[in-house]
Ligand binder design. Structure first.
Ligand SMILES: [Zn+2]
Length: 441
């Protein structure tokens, strides 16, 4: 590859670097192109280039994103690319304001099992809304916490619509459907249909600052390895502060542009300490979705993240590494912005998998610190059968819960300002619903 960068691009790059006061560099994705490159001649060079972001690598090629001027630069270096043709189906989709209104209406209609929370504002000032669904939604009960977040890439819209349908089915099914009632009564479910409403409004990947939110999180394998929200995008900061205040144990992050469940790590070839578990959860999801299960590109409809292509600064690895909150990335549809009429079929195909993944949070164990509502500290989790440490995680708000494979574990708890405690717990494969599997000390 010729290394010459046009002046316009170079200026944008300097601005991006200037804004990053820490080791964190914002990935600017103002312009994108699809590079057909079945022999992957250019891929390694693009991946190494810190000004570029590569996504959705397939046999045929991949997407590449960068600052404005990217396509001129590709022309200059002689790389052939395509720009995705867009139909006129943007107008068929609800606006971010209509999505917010529908969330408010659903909360108003079902106030006893929902709480609509605003995590902060997007770059353009739109509210970042997340719906909590649980019995006693105003109370933080000792129940496992699970979350779904969609459309941090604004032009990947399928997940936003599926999340809205799921919320509607959960609130309307409560009191009618036994499976849903059991789930809602014993779980704290959080669903955020739109992490990047500005991007969805403009039908673009980036937020309104041109930043790729799924390259904006701290990454333990790079020099941006401090779990601090400063100098990140407003949407990222809102998510990070919310996560720090909760006790999530399982989550999924919905995207589009492929059809596969992607499990950690994205950032390193090392296996995740709970590799068998994250792979099993992914396979369970994909096996329930006909078009994923029958994938010709990904056996079983799943892939290890790094084995597919490396991602630095993604939400998935951040969540798992710092909080023990296992997160997979679910690519829901090959078309990022399908015909609106196709959405009900995508929902039908995914509904059972979505419910089962929420239920999976119940295979685990946790603890509560009695009488000290604000207790925080650290906890190391050791698998007793082989003494393997699964990592050390922070906890706050006197609560911690971890999704685990069946077996026996030791939680070595170091509360801030308190004595170390050792708790042995047993996790069974069968679901334990009532009040989770919590030890109180
Ligand atoms: Zn995406």
């Amino acid at each position: 590859m010729n290394g010459m960068i046009p002046a316009r691009l170079a200026m944008a790059l300097t601005a991006a670097i200037f804004f990053a006061a820490s080791a964190h560099a914002t990935a600017i994705v103002e312009e994108g192109a699809y590079v057909r490159d079945p022999r992957k001649k250019e891929l390694a060079g693009f991946m190494k280039n810190r000004e570029l972001t590569v996504d959705h690598v397939t046999r045929e090629g991949y997407e590449v994103y960068g600052p404005r001027g990217l396509r001129d630069w590709l022309d200059l270096i002689g790389v052939e690319y395509y720009v995705e043709a867009r139909d006129d189906d943007t107008a068929a989709y609800p606006s971010p304001e209509a999505v917010a209104k529908r969330l408010q209406d659903l909360h108003a209609a079902y106030p006893s099992i929902t709480k609509l929370m605003n995590l902060g504002k997007s770059a353009l000032g739109r509210e970042l809304l997340i719906m909590k669904i649980s019995d006693n939604p105003e109370v933080d009960e000792p129940e496992p916490e699970v979350k779904y977040i969609s459309s941090m890439h604004g032009d990947e819209i399928t997940g936003r619509e599926l999340m809205m349908s799921l919320i509607e089915d959960l609130v309307k099914g409560y009191g009618k459907d036994e499976r849903i009632a059991e789930l809602v009564d014993n779980t704290e479910i959080f669903i955020m249909p739109s992490m990047n409403p500005d991007g969805s409004f403009a039908r673009q990947r980036a937020n309104a600052n041109g930043a790729d939110l799924n390259r904006d999180f701290p990454d333990f394998s790079t020099d941006d390895n401090q779990n601090t929200p400063e100098n990140r995008q407003p949407e990222t900061q809102a998510l990070m502060r919310f996560q720090a205040a909760r006790h999530f144990a399982l989550s999924a992050n919905f995207h589009g542009g492929a059809e596969v469940v992607n499990y950690p790590w994205d950032t390193t070839p090392e296996l995740h300490p709970q590799d068998a578990l994250v792979k099993g959860l992914s396979l369970a999801y994909a096996s329930k979705v006909p078009y994923m299960r029958d994938s010709s590109e990904f056996p079983g409809g799943i892939t290890n993240g790094y084995a597919w292509y490396e991602v630095n600064g993604g939400m998935q690895d951040w969540s798992s590494f710092w909080y023990g909150d296992l997160q997979v990335t679910i690519e829901l549809s090959g078309a990022k912005w399908p015909d609106y009429g196709a959405i009900p079929r995508f929902y039908r195909d995914n509904k059972d998998a979505l419910l089962e993944y929420l239920e999976a949070v119940h295979q685990g164990a946790g603890f509560r610190v009695a009488g000290k509502p604000g207790a925080s500290g650290r906890v190391e989790i050791v698998r007793l059968v082989d003494g393997q440490s699964l990592g050390t995680f922070g906890f706050s708000g006197s609560e911690f819960y971890k999704v685990l494979d069946p077996g026996r574990y030791r939680f070595i708890v170091e509360p801030n300002g308190g004595d170390e405690r050792s708790l042995d717990v047993e996790v069974e494969a069968s679901r334990i619903f009532a009040n989770g599997n919590y030890v109180t000390f």
